[in-house]
Design a protein around this ligand. Structure first.
Ligand SMILES: NC(=O)c1ccc[n+]([C@@H]2O[C@H](COP(=O)([O-])OP(=O)(O)OC[C@H]3O[C@@H](n4cnc5c(N)ncnc54)[C@H](OP(=O)(O)O)[C@@H]3O)[C@@H](O)[C@H]2O)c1
Length: 246
């Protein structure tokens, strides 16, 4: 399905990004993943196997983004698929949030996405696909999540605006909107027992009755990456066990 295609997944060293990297690689794409932790990248690169790249790059660093673009150009020549997935999450109750907490979330989740796309666009030609990662939180008003939800609402908006802006170049931009998915983003230093309790509590909040798995998101990423989604522009695929809508 993606034989001969090249893909870059930011934040591809764990969770949804890594599951998506595996899915695209299994469909024939040559995949590059990024992250900030070298150890995580090493382990993910072993999982992906030969022919794929794992590159350290912080989406918040202009230097890292430029170096990443140069490496991708050198190794791949051009880029057909960009999954701007890297993101972080934490609560920001209105009275317990300082500007540093606000700026960090916005820098990684919003600014990092925008400038990653800007940096890699010169390598993307007609027929390419850009996929963004929003969240079910952009549709609801969950207390204590104002900044995270707003960051994802901004990314939802990017899918629409950039779709229109890149239409003339025949580059499609769409988004996936995951519900609560069992990835390290939820772990936050919890013991196994604490995490098991967290999982059943959070899972029970979704109509489907459980947290999702990263591979349940990766299938939608593959769909948006491929020509199977050729009539989709500026859209968002919600994969959340009914969390935002039921
Ligand atoms: N899991 C969920 O319930 C859920 C729900 C909705 C949306 N999402 C979104 O899904 C995306 C992936 O999250 P995940 O759940 O798969 O969590 P994850 O396993 O923690 O993955 C996050 C990835 O982003 C990377 N990353 C973090 N900060 C970065 C930075 N500044 N520069 C480059 N890479 C960075 C991480 O690598 P390092 O740690 O090495 O930096 C890691 O590879 C995020 O955008 C998140 O908001 C997740």
């Amino acid at each position: 399905m993606l034989t001969g295609k090249t893909a870059l997944i930011t934040g591809g060293s764990s969770g949804i990004g890594l599951a998506s990297a595996q899915k695209l690689a299994a469909s024939g794409a040559r995949v590059a993943i990024t992250g900030t932790s070298v150890d995580k990248l090493y382990d993910a690169r072993v999982i992906l196997g030969d022919g794929h790249l794992a590159l350290q790059a912080d989406v918040c660093s202009a230097n890292d983004r430029a170096t990443l673009r140069d490496r991708i150009e050198k190794e791949f020549g051009s880029l057909n698929i960009l999954f701007a997935n890297a993101g972080i999450a934490y609560g920001t109750p209105i009275e317990a949030t300082d500007e540093e907490m606000f700026d960090k979330l916005m820098n990684v989740n919003v600014k990092g996405v925008f400038f990653t796309i800007q940096s890699l666009l010169p390598l993307m030609s007609s027929g390419s696909s850009i996929i963004l990662n929003t969240s079910w939180l952009n549709q609801v008003g969950l207390p204590g999540r104002a900044v995270l939800a707003a960051s994802k609402a901004a990314v939802r908006s990017f899918a629409r605006t950039l779709s229109a802006e890149l239409l003339g170049r025949n580059i499609r931009v769409n988004a996936i909107s995951p519900g609560s998915i069992e990835t390290p983003i939820h772990r936050k230093g919890q013991s196994d027992d604490e995490f098991a309790a967290y999982k059943s509590r959070v899972g029970a909040q979704a109509p489907i009755g459980r947290m999702g798995r990263p591979d349940e998101i990766a299938g939608a990423v593959l769909f948006l990456a491929s020509q199977a989604s050729s009539y989709m522009l500026g859209a968002e695929i919600v994969i959340d066990g009914g969390r935002a809508d039921l």
